[in-house]
Structures are given as C-alpha cells and as structure tokens.
Design a binder for this molecule. Structure first.
Ligand SMILES: Cc1cc2nc3c(=O)[nH]c(=O)nc-3n(C[C@H](O)[C@H](O)[C@H](O)COP(=O)(O)OP(=O)(O)OC[C@H]3O[C@@H](n4cnc5c(N)ncnc54)[C@H](O)[C@@H]3O)c2cc1C
Length: 431
C-alpha cells in the first residue's frame, strides 16, 4: 500500500492522495449508514479526470488494493465502507456539468455533480432531473445505488434516466456503454448492469442523463387518517386508479409527533397517520388530480385535504416530510442506538405489512417511527434503543419485519446489527 501511495503521488501529484486521519474517517464511516465496517480506508485518492482514474485503477490492480468509490457519501447501506482497507476514491475534483443539450433534453455530467446543484444550474432550460434521494447525493453515487426518491411513483428509478456511462473497468480500460439517443436496441443493456452495481463492476467517470420538462403547475397536499391501514389503502387506491401524482409518502403518528417535538418546521401538525401528496402537470391536470384524490381520501375516512399551490406554502407543507429523518435522529442521546429498516412489498400487501409492523413496533414499547414511499410499496422504520435488552427487542422486531416482507414476495435492504455512534469516534481510529 505504501508503494501504491508513493506511485500515485508521483504520477498524479501529492494533492491527489491523502492519509490524513480525519479524511480517512470521513470516507470510511457514515452516520447515516446502517452498515459501518470496523476498518477505515488506508488512503483517499482524488482523481481529476477519467485518465487519472484509469491510472489509479492500474496501480491498485498491480498491488491488489481494493478501491471503493465515494461520491456524496449519503448511501445508507454501507456502500462506502472499506471492510478490507484499501483506497477510497473521491470524485470531488470531477464535479462539472460537461454539456447541456437542451434540445435533446439530456445532460452530460461528472460523478461529483450533486442532483440539487444540477437542477439549480439548469433551471432556466425549463428542464430538470427528477431523481431526489438524500439531499447531499451526487450523480456517481446515485448511479451506484440505482437511487430513487419521493418522485419515483411518477419518474421511476435512476436506471430509467441513464443514457450513457463512461466506466473505468478493473484493469484500467475505459468503456462507454452507449451513445446519446434516447432509444437504442443495439447491444447488451450495459447501463442496466452498471447502474446499481455500487462500484463493484467499474468506476463511473461520466454520465449522460435524460432530463424531464419542468411541469407547468405543482401542488402539495397533506391529509391525516385514523389508522395506518386506511392511510396505506388510500395511497394504493390513488396509484391503482392511475391518477398522475408525482409522489405519495406516509408518516405515522409517532413520526408526526417527533416533527412537532423537534420543531424544525414552522407549524404544528396533527399527530396522526398522514399522507403527503405531490401533484404536477398542466393546471388542468393538477386540478383534476386533486379532485380525484380528495374523493378517494374521503372514501377511506381521511380528514379534509390541506393543499397549497404557491411555492412558499408548498415548501411549508412538504417540510414535515423533508424533516422526518433528521428529526428522529436528533432525538438520539449519547449511548442510544438507532436501527433503520427498509422493506418493500407488492402494492396489494402494503397495508397488511404496515399494519403488522406498526403493531409489532408498538408491542416492543420502544420509541420508533415509520416513514415510507408508500406509492411504491416501500417503507422504513427508525427505532431508538438503549442497552442490550432493548437491542434484543429491536432485533426481533426487525427480523419479523423482514420475514413478513419476504413472505409477501417483498424485498429488504436491512442490516441485522445496528451501530452506536460512540463505537466509531475518531479517537478509536487514530490510536
Ligand atoms: C436523508 C436521506 C434521505 C434519503 N432518501 C433516499 C431515497 O428516497 N431514495 C434513495 O434511493 N436513497 C435515499 N437515500 C440514500 C442515498 O441518498 C442514495 O443511496 C444516493 O444514491 C447515494 O448517493 P451518494 O452520492 O451519496 O453515493 P455514495 O454514498 O457516495 O455511494 C453510493 C454507492 O455508489 C458507489 N459509487 C459512488 N460513486 C461511484 C462512481 N463514480 N462509480 C461507481 N460507483 C460509485 C459507492 O461505492 C457506493 O457503493 C437517502 C439518504 C439520506 C441521508
């Protein structure tokens, strides 16, 4: 490893590699991740173009050193961990929007472009990039995880938006998966292979993305229910009816009360199971969709719709959904563990699974909330615990949740051991 570090510094300059403890820690440990390895990377490399990435890969191949790509570091399933040491490869110097093709509705970017910056920078084109995972996520990592976000009900996942990738393979050779046309029936579906492969098949150094037109009108609506089952059933009924919503998100009563307690949004919310909707399209479509959704909500016993069409109050209404995770995490005290879960089931089983999981969580007596992309059959629980007894209860609850989801022909990306922040303090690593 020392030889490789020296060789990279000699070829790409001293600034292209770091062995600083804090840099290693920030690249090997993530507070958001459910998975953290008990090791850190040995060095972090900072290439500035595809050729530099290829050189780093060749050197690492020669010395048999693992390489772990790092973009925004917001992934929650341990993708940036370095369980065998090795080098983290950070694309911070590859953060350019290379070309915007307004007429073709696509854009070529480097891996460290953040999706939020991209949308801000191209806003005048009347186009936007619709994937919306964690706010700090960057395109390279979004390709790595095949991310989605709240907009997935309407816009699908990352895989649907990638046109072409430049990838450095493990021998240092460089391939392009396709070219820019939106449609191509030629050759293997290499995009489908690389998107979601978390850097295990190659390192992505340039990405061509499709863009969508910014909708003429948008609106946000919030509605509460007596039970999680009726909220989930209402959401599924809206999706089944084919009403063109952008997203529908579910939060349980506990999660809503946490948002009130933490007070990061500038109003108080009803502490009940709640659905958040986003509508987008022409003025007429938005109006029609709101009318249709509000009828379904009534049929499922929902409260009156609170909805808003101007940008400021839309942001206010959406703020509770946006603050959900941060609010829950901010309640952690020293020594408290947090366990996040992630399951998805076919739409017809969402209400059953949510109801079962909510009952199981309540029975543990532990503090935990539920939030989910219910329109895609996907939801999460975030459970706080203190001490071994509570940990055992959460463990059972999470195992049951996963088993129930699998029995319903669903899926999970959950880890079976939680972490405590104290286990990973910087001092542990520097000693
Ligand atoms: C508050 C919050 C909300 C979130 N909401 C969602 C959500 O709704 N939907 C969702 O899907 N995710 C969500 N996430 C998770 C996360 O934002 C996504 O997984 C995102 O795609 C990760 O992007 P990143 O740039 O942070 O990737 P990183 O964490 O840096 O990397 C992710 C993976 O991709 C690999 N990788 C990184 N760069 C490259 C590259 N150039 N080439 C090849 N592989 C690479 C990494 O090795 C790693 O395996 C959320 C996270 C947070 C903190």
């Amino acid at each position: 490893m020392e030889k490789a570090i020296a060789e990279i510094a000699a070829r790409l300059g001293n600034d292209s590699i770091s062995i600083d403890d804090e840099v290693l820690f920030s690249h090997g440990f993530s507070e958001w991740s459910n998975h953290n390895a008990d090791r850190l990377p040995v060095a972090v490399v900072f290439p500035s173009n595809t050729e530099a990435v290829a050189q780093i890969v060749k050197i690492c191949k020669m010395y048999r050193i693992p390489l772990i790509p790092y973009s925004g570091g917001s992934s929650v399933e341990g993708g940036i961990s370095a369980p065998y040491g090795g080098f983290s490869i950070d694309f911070v110097n590859m953060n350019k929007i290379v070309e915007l093709h307004r007429e073709d509705m696509d854009v070529v970017v480097q891996p460290a472009v953040s999706w939020m910056d991209l949308n801000e920078k191209i806003s005048e084109s009347g186009l936007f990039f619709p994937m919306d995972p964690g706010p700090t996520a960057q395109i390279g990592g979004m390709v790595g995880t095949n991310c989605s976000g709240t907009n997935a009900v309407r816009y699908g996942t990352m895989r649907d938006w990638v046109l072409n990738l430049t990838v450095v393979l493990s021998d240092g050779s460089v391939v392009k998966t396709r070219r820019r046309p939106r449609k191509s029936s030629a050759g293997y579906n290499l995009n489908g292979l690389f998107v979601g492969s978390e850097g295990t098949l190659g390192i992505v150094t340039e990405i061509t993305l499709k863009l969508a037109p910014v909708p003429e009108a948008t609106a946000v609506a919030v509605v509460s229910f007596q039970s999680m089952r009726s909220a989930a059933q209402a959401a599924v009924a809206v999706v089944r009816k084919g009403i063109p919503i952008n997203c529908v998100e579910i939060l349980d009563d506990v999660q809503m009360s946490v948002i009130n307690r933490v007070g990061n949004t500038d109003r108080l919310w009803e502490e009940a199971p709640t659905l958040f909707f986003k509508f987008a399209g022409s003025e007429g479509i938005v109006k029609e969709s709101i009318a249709e959704v509000s009828k379904i909500i009534k049929d499922h016993g929902g409260s009156d719709f609170q909805f808003s069409k101007d940008e400021k109050s839309q942001k206010q209404l959406w703020s509770a959904r946006k603050e959900a995770l941060w609010s829950m995490l901010s309640l952690r005290t020293s020594g408290t563990g947090v366990w996040s879960t992630d399951v998805a089931v076919p739409l017809s089983r969402v209400a059953d699974l949510i109801e079962t999981c909510k009952k199981d969580l309540d029975e543990t007596g532990l503090f935990g909330g539920m939030v989910g992309h219910v329109g895609d059959g996907n939801f999460h629980e975030t459970i706080l615990f203190d001490g071994e007894d509570e940990k055992a209860k959460v463990e059972k609850c999470v195992h049951d949740m996963v088993e129930n989801a699998i029995d319903m022909d669903g899926t999970c990306t959950v880890r079976l051991n939680p972490f405590k922040i104290e286990d990973f303090m910087l001092t542990n690593w520097t000693s």
